[in-house]
Ligand binder design. Structure first.
Ligand SMILES: [Mn+2]
Length: 230
């Protein structure tokens, strides 16, 4: 038996309530509305060593240290406005450049999203955000489709922000989308300042993913797909 609301849950006898909590915490059966959607992923290669914890149902708390300050700022914005909780500790070969670190964090964050979504029952699936940041206007739209792909059309007037090579933002989103199994569109409509445009892109992606990953209690046991799989 599964309670559909927190009130129903409180009414259950202790023994049954404990069984429901056990089921909710079972990493295989993440279908209960109160299921825990927090995962930890670690990945080490010769180029990077990354530890990451993601909670899809957080409050926007970020604790990000990648050794690439502008990228930390972007992940912080993504997390805060996506209302996730995210801890990232990445040690990469930044003495070469930031490429491996940024791409590999994208891989691990994508894997974490995929795992935290579990069997995807009850998720809203689609999300989008049109985000304004001063003169910059950026759209992010996402489908948790099971088919990882990025469609990216972001015009940046300058290629370097501080010491950050802005072309790495696309590498990050490619790695993220393909490993999370999501279709992600990011498109800029206006903007003169590359810092604003990229920050708007990360915030928009966070907000779109926040919407798409929500559990809708009206369809808590269902997969939002006519194919019966995602
Ligand atoms: Mn900023």
């Amino acid at each position: 038996m599964k309670p559909s609301t927190q009130e129903d849950f409180a009414q259950l006898p202790d023994q049954v309530r404990n069984m429901v909590v056990d089921a909710a915490e079972d990493p295989v059966g993440r279908t209960a509305p109160d299921a825990v959607r927090t995962v930890e992923v670690a990945r080490a290669t010769k180029e990077t060593d990354i530890r990451l914890t993601l909670n899809l149902d957080g409050t926007g708390k970020a604790n990000v240290e990648t050794g690439v300050p502008f990228f930390d700022h972007m992940l912080d914005a993504f997390t805060r406005h996506g209302l996730f909780d995210l801890d990232v500790e990445a040690k990469g070969d930044v003495e070469v450049d930031a490429h491996h670190t940024v791409e590999d964090v994208g891989i691990v964050l994508g894997q974490a999203f995929g795992q935290a979504l579990g069997d995807k029952r009850g998720i809203v699936r689609y999300g989008n955000s049109f985000l304004a940041m001063d003169e910059a206007l950026v759209l992010a739209a996402v489908d948790i489709s099971g088919r990882g792909q990025l469609h990216y059309a972001v015009d940046l007037p300058i290629e370097i922000v501080g010491t950050f090579d802005t072309t790495l933002a696309k590498e990050f989103f490619i790695a993220f989308a393909s490993n999370a199994g999501v279709t992600l569109h990011i498109r800029s409509f206006s903007g003169e300042n590359s810092h604003h445009i990229l920050e708007a892109a990360f915030k928009a992606a966070g907000r779109a993913l926040c919407e798409a990953t929500r559990i809708n209690p009206r369809i808590a046991e269902e997969l939002p797909s006519t194919k019966g799989m995602l």
